[in-house]
Design a binder for this molecule. Sequence first.
Ligand SMILES: [Zn+2]
Length: 472
Amino acid sequence: MTTSSPERDVRSPRSSSTPGWFVTEAERQRGALTTLLGDLVHAPSLSTDEGDVVAQLEHAMEELGYDEVRVDPLGSVIGRIGDGPIRVVYDSHVDTVAVGSRAEWARDPFEPTILPDAGGGVLHGRGASDDKAGIAAMVHGGALYRRLAFDPRITLYVVGSVQEEACDGLALEHVLTAELPRPDLVVLGEATRCQVFRGNRGRIEALIRVSGSSCHASAPERGRNPVYALAPVVEEVQALDGRLGVGPFLGRGSIALTKIECETPGLNSVPATATLYLDRRLTEGESPEAALEALRSLPSVQAAGATVELLQYEATSYTGTPVAQDKRFATWVTPADHPGVLAGLETGEQALGQHLELGHWVFSTNGVASMGKLGIPTIGFGPGDEVHAHSAHDQCPLDDLVTAAAWYAAFPGVFASVLARGEGDRGAAEVAPGAARESVVAPGGNGGVGSVVAAGGGGGSGSLGAEVTSAG
Ligand SMILES: [Zn+2]
């Protein structure tokens, strides 16, 4: 995947446009990158329990000579390099989901193991692909940038954010409003197979609840069993999944039933309530409100007198800060001709000697806050493949770590140069903050409050590289 240059001379990046120069330098950090990723995987970091990995990252950034390192009130770590007028935020979340069934794992998920699966080996362990490889490569990529390609036009922030797995965007939204307001660009380190991604579907989490009347199970006719009223709702939800719209770039909306529960006095009783939980993914043109309304309009929901509610996220961060928000996450697409996207592709050419592809994630990312809610242009470039996320095969190729570190080191200077040349459409950068959560910002950035605009392929993507989806 990488194009290592045979040359050994360390030359100024400004005097060299040799593809592979950054890769050569990043290759020298392969050991340090692998060690940091292994240490991060070794420390479990469920959402709201990220203190150990944040301490590791704080220490790593200080050792690597970052100009400033601090931890915000929610517990996200923020490192700064430089003091220039163009502000770029690199973000990778540092929490992971749980391991699930241990029986599925071939080895201890918290004992990082390097297997010679491909190329330079593959590191296995919980969080390797989502998103610990991303933060490891960003931390070292930032240090390489500072040492070898520092650009006085740029302030680079490297953020290791918390609680993404529990509530996408919540911690990054705090960073982008309270700590580092209105940066010019956000780069997410979620797995892209080292390609350039520029969007993901939004989503809501909701419940449908039917109330019944409990009684002794020996005489069910005395009560009203809510599960029987919920049964046709389950069927209609399943049928709804096949009828949802297809967006031009992000693909199909979807709905999944994720849990069913009853409130019951006991296993010899008719339950009092029955509730099903839903994860609804929203493609271009679908708003959270319309999705909730569509559920309320289902004939079975009406017939059962069921209630449909948006879920709430409430938690206390490991620092003791309470947080809460609706489980409503905005669909987002950054235009293909935005300078950040152009710079992402150009960094591939210049630093990696590779023609990169554009694409989008199937899963959700912190971009639901940065671009979806706040209108801050956002792109993604990360090691690993999202197909391994949350699975017992969680893994990241070590070659990807090196490639990503090289890309992160080269990107800030390329982005500043693209801006200086006045290339691309900066419209999206001028979208007012506070755009409605349900809005999708169109190419050109007319995403006013409540507007839902199909985001299309955005100007001439054909000439920029083939668009690909990540996980198929
Ligand atoms: Zn992730």
